[in-house]
Design a protein around this ligand. Structure first.
Ligand SMILES: [Zn+2]
Length: 305
């Protein structure tokens, strides 16, 4: 365990650690430890109605699906390339969910902790990665000040209304000179029913994302598209799919959605994973000019709080 001070998400003063909870002596708020996970999210806002079985379905799918496998390999590669001493850097993944990225990075020697707004996801993550240090937290009110060398946020920023506020929270949680690594879906014109089902608020242009990072106190070290080779096919499918689906409403209760994006077809999956692995090698040396997703590595600006 690390010796650290956690800060009250309500009043931002330091919390006292008790045997079974954290207590804010400034505002009187107490935060329980649930199944070994300190919980700083009001149960009323934590969306407990989320179907926990979805995490199980997603974890199984994410173990095989080329996009998830390829993405976590690209993330590890970017960490090794852009962040020196990965093993010695203390990393937090915000929005770690069921831990499919966290578990992979931990297996590969990254000293990583996880936070998520969904307690069910964290419980699942804990089952998969028993040694993981986890926090039940809201990205909009992080508990940390100058705490982490690296923060990762992978396809999460597009889910929050006020993404600039979220980036400020992340900046404050980073040590001076700390790195942020993030992925988001790219190109607003690729918006489809799948974005709606996924509760996305937006997709990003590269310029827009870089601008938001610079406005919130980051220097951008690397910003590249990925999912490059598949991009023309994906763009055609999305555009045709949008026309075909029309105004069809997504069924949020469907545990195994029928969207082709979530299916893994053997052989096709292997070929597409091979293409993403090729992109990973290219990304070591260059940026890719277009793609369905964006990968950014940024650094907390000197002198930023
Ligand atoms: Zn407080």
């Amino acid at each position: 365990m690390f010796c650290q001070i956690l800060y009250c998400p309500h009043c931002r003063n330091a919390l006292a650690e008790m045997p079974d909870m954290y207590l804010c002596q400034s505002c009187g708020q107490s935060y329980p430890i649930v199944d070994g996970i300190p919980s700083f999210v009001d149960q009323n806002t934590s969306m407990d109605s989320f179907d926990a079985s979805a995490f199980e379905f997603l974890f199984g799918m994410e173990e095989r699906h080329f996009w998830h496998v390829g993405r976590r390999e690209i993330i590890l590669d970017a960490l090794r390339t852009e962040v020196l001493n990965v093993a010695k850097s203390r990393m937090l993944e915000v929005g770690c969910g069921n831990g499919s990225v966290l578990g992979y990075l931990k297996q590969n020697g990254v000293s990583i902790e996880g936070g998520d707004i969904f307690l069910e996801g964290l419980r699942f993550c804990r089952r998969r990665v028993p040694s993981a240090v986890l926090y039940h937290i809201d990205l909009m009110a992080l508990l940390f000040r100058n705490e982490f060398d690296v923060i990762g946020i992978f396809d999460v920023l597009e889910h929050v209304d006020d993404d600039e506020r979220a980036l400020v929270e992340i900046r404050q949680a980073l040590k001076p000179g700390g790195k942020l690594i993030l992925t988001v879906p790219a190109h607003e014109w690729l918006w489809s029913a799948f974005d709606v089902t996924s509760h996305h608020k937006r997709r990003y242009s590269k310029r827009e994302l870089v601008g938001r990072l610079e406005r919130t106190g980051f220097d951008v070290n690397k910003a590249s598209f990925y999912v490059f080779f598949l991009f023309p096919v994906l763009a055609a499918i999305r555009l045709l799919g949008n026309i075909w689906r029309g105004t069809r409403r997504a069924d949020r209760n469907n545990r195994t959605p029928s969207y082709p994006e979530l299916q893994t077809v053997p052989l096709v999956n292997e070929v597409l994973l091979g293409l993403l692995r090729l992109e990973r090698l290219l990304l070591r040396h260059t940026g890719l000019p277009c793609g369905a997703s964006l990968l950014v590595v940024a650094q907390k600006k000197q002198g930023a709080s």
